[in-house]
Design a protein around this ligand. Sequence first.
Ligand SMILES: Nc1ncnc2c1ncn2[C@@H]1O[C@H](COP(=O)(O)OP(=O)(O)O)[C@@H](O)[C@H]1O
Ligand SMILES: [Mg+2]
Length: 212
Amino acid sequence: MTVGRFITFEGIEGVGKSTQLARLQAALTAAGREVVVTREPGGTPLAERIRALVLHDRSEPMPDAAELMLMFAARTVHTENLIRPALARGAWVLCDRYTDATYAYQGGGRGVADQAIAPLARLAQRGLAPDLTLLLDVPVAAALSRARARTAEADRIEAETQAFFERVRTRYLERAALEPARVRVIDASGDIAAVEARVQAALATLAADGRG
Ligand SMILES: Nc1ncnc2c1ncn2[C@@H]1O[C@H](COP(=O)(O)OP(=O)(O)O)[C@@H](O)[C@H]1O
Ligand SMILES: [Mg+2]
């Protein structure tokens, strides 16, 4: 039985997911919620080991299907061992990326068919879905220039081309159009405070849904 809220942040590298997730965590914590902040791939010790394999192991080529299944292996562990228990005790779970990212990156970016992704998503999620997904959106060039300003070294996927990220962004926007009630597209241009205000506005509908 799910009693908390499951909120996911999506968007390409550099749009401001980590920044806005931290802002929302602070606001919800100040409002007295138990907040669990987590990320994909990863979020538990075992899932983080899978993350290291899928994002940082460059020892040999990674077939697209292997990348896809590692993402879902990590997601299954994370969903069962962290997300579901947190929601059951009433926590608000803020997750940096979830299954929409697989449709965007492995689907849009790599070209894996939706028909390959959908059954794995059902297996991993067993009926769980985000209550709200915040898709932070800015043009690719702007997002990548923000991402480049960070010091961290690019992982296997972050090292992809601008054309790859254009396909990822397009697929994200298509996903949002398919499920407009769940996925809110947030204009992530402008300064951090302006984007935070747009996130808060999207959250207001969720907080008012009567589930406490
Ligand atoms: N609205 C914004 N305007 C300008 N820079 C931003 C904005 N939001 C985030 N940044 C900066 O851009 C970089 C990428 O943001 P980050 O939150 O790490 O993005 P993501 O987690 O989506 O990759 C960081 O250096 C961050 O401080
Ligand atoms: Mg981030």
